[in-house]
Design a binder for this molecule. Structure first.
Ligand code: FAD
Length: 392
């Protein structure tokens, strides 16, 4: 049986960074993935992700986002490929909406540089955006978008350069604790590893619920739909004239035309279909699933696709992607309560990508040092987040 210091199960967003960081620390690392990342079957499909630091969800994320921003820059230099493009982001809505209040709070508490614009100023500066008269916008110049495929490809390349073994098409079926080591069971081989990192995304719930004292985390996998629209007035949607935008109303968000001529849009706070077993794949997106985002676009970005139903004709592509939700929508990064040499990162609730380098570092610290000094305490299982896990 081949043996390693560490096995990383799941080499998508978080796993690819954890694998790279562990290999750089001189450990013999094997990374396994059921597919061949980057791919469209998990949580990183769709090409782009928002990076922001003025974090409406909770100011505790700000130091992590700041550190992640620095790490994105370092990875880009090492991989010699741009990863984070800081084009700025505008959050728009009523001043006392949750998005605007939260963005302001995080920005003030952590001294982030942001500018607040009135509705008429937004229309003048960013002509594609037609906010309501009572809306304001908070612009964060250091926010931007991350090139998903470049990021995952870069960390895979850097992992291999640092000596890691990457096994694609290799689903982990089971992990057995043999006291001195773990046995990682795949359809073609069993691998021994002293320590394990589980970063299996939408499959984390399934996998973790099988191990030792079962860790039944309350994770719910939800299918989300994103779409690409060919704009009626393309010149208004270029990165020179439009930042990333998000509206407080249902968290309707989108990107300027960064890859090709189309604008990517989606509604973050839109209920999606629950997925019982992601291994079975998800339903193809339907035309009707474009309606929530097209309705918001018709209201706030009239030059994108115009009103429904003619707006449908502007849609060039629909894709699905999986959120793994926790009840409080905060991530879970911790150690298995019984198997101390197994750590995991799960439940990224639709907003984890921007933190991938920092999650990779935290997991590598937990494996190599036993703890991390990164401020991730609020993401642990304990602290009353999930009442049946008070033993943590
Ligand atoms: C539509 C959408 C938009 C989003 N927008 C943003 C955004 O703008 N900003 C942001 O920060 N975040 C965003 N996110 C969230 C972010 O993309 C996710 O939080 C992040 O990708 C989760 O990473 P992960 O490593 O947990 O999952 P994944 O990247 O899916 O990786 C998990 C990997 O584990 C593998 N795997 C699973 N089971 C096994 C097994 N048994 N054996 C081996 N391998 C296995 C899978 O094949 C997969 O490659 C968005 C998500 C979606 C769906």
């Amino acid at each position: 049986m081949t043996s390693y210091d560490v096995a990383v199960v799941g080499l998508g967003t978080m796993g690819s960074f954890a694998c790279c960081e562990l290999a750089r620390r001189g450990l013999r690392v094997v990374g396994l993935d059921r597919f061949s990342p980057p791919h469209d079957r998990g949580s990183h499909s769709g090409g782009t992700r928002v990076f922001r630091m003025a974090y409406a969800e909770n100011p505790s994320y700000v130091p992590l986002a700041r550190h992640a921003g620095m790490l994105w820059g370092q990875y880009a230099i090492e991989a010699e490929v741009p990863l984070l493009h800081r084009c700025g982001m505008l959050s728009i809505g009523e001043p006392d909406s949750a998005l605007l209040r939260g963005t302001r709070k995080s920005s003030e508490e952590h001294g982030l540089s942001t500018t607040t614009y009135a509705s008429q100023e937004i229309r003048k500066l960013f002509p594609a955006i037609h906010p309501s008269a009572d809306h304001i916008g908070i612009f964060e110049p250091e926010a931007g978008w991350i090139d998903v495929n470049a990021a995952i490809e870069a960390t895979r390349r850097l992992s291999k350069l640092a000596g890691a073994t990457l096994l694609d098409g290799c689903p982990v079926l089971d992990i057995t604790n043999r006291i001195s080591h773990f046995e990682i069971v795949t359809p073609s081989q069993t691998i021994a590893a002293e320590r394990v990192v589980v970063t299996a995304g939408a499959w984390c719930g399934q996998l973790l619920s099988k191990l030792g004292e079962p860790l039944d985390l309350p994770l719910q996998v939800v299918r989300k739909v994103v779409l690409w629209v060919n704009p009626l007035e393309p010149e208004q949607f270029t990165p020179q004239r439009l930042p990333i935008f998000a509206f407080a109303e249902r968290f309707f968000y989108g990107f300027p035309t960064v890859f090709g001529p189309d604008v990517k849009i989606a509604v973050h706070w839109e209920p999606g279909q629950t997925v019982a077993d992601p291994t079975l794949g998800t339903d193809m997106p339907t035309r009707d699933e474009a309606i929530p985002a097209l309705k918001q676009a018709a209201k706030y970005l009239p030059a994108l696709a115009g009103p429904l139903p003619s707006a449908f004709a502007r849609v060039t592509q629909l894709k699905t992607c999986l959120y793994t939700m926790t009840p409080d929508e905060h991530f879970v990064i911790d150690r298995h309560p019984e198997w101390q040499n197994l750590v995991f990162a799960a439940g990224f609730s639709g907003h984890g990508f921007k933190f991938a380098p920092v999650v990779g570092e935290a997991l590598a610290d937990m494996v190599t040092l036993g703890e991390t000094s990164l401020p991730i305490g609020f993401l642990r299982v304990g602290a009353g987040r999930f009442p049946f896990h008070d033993s943590y």
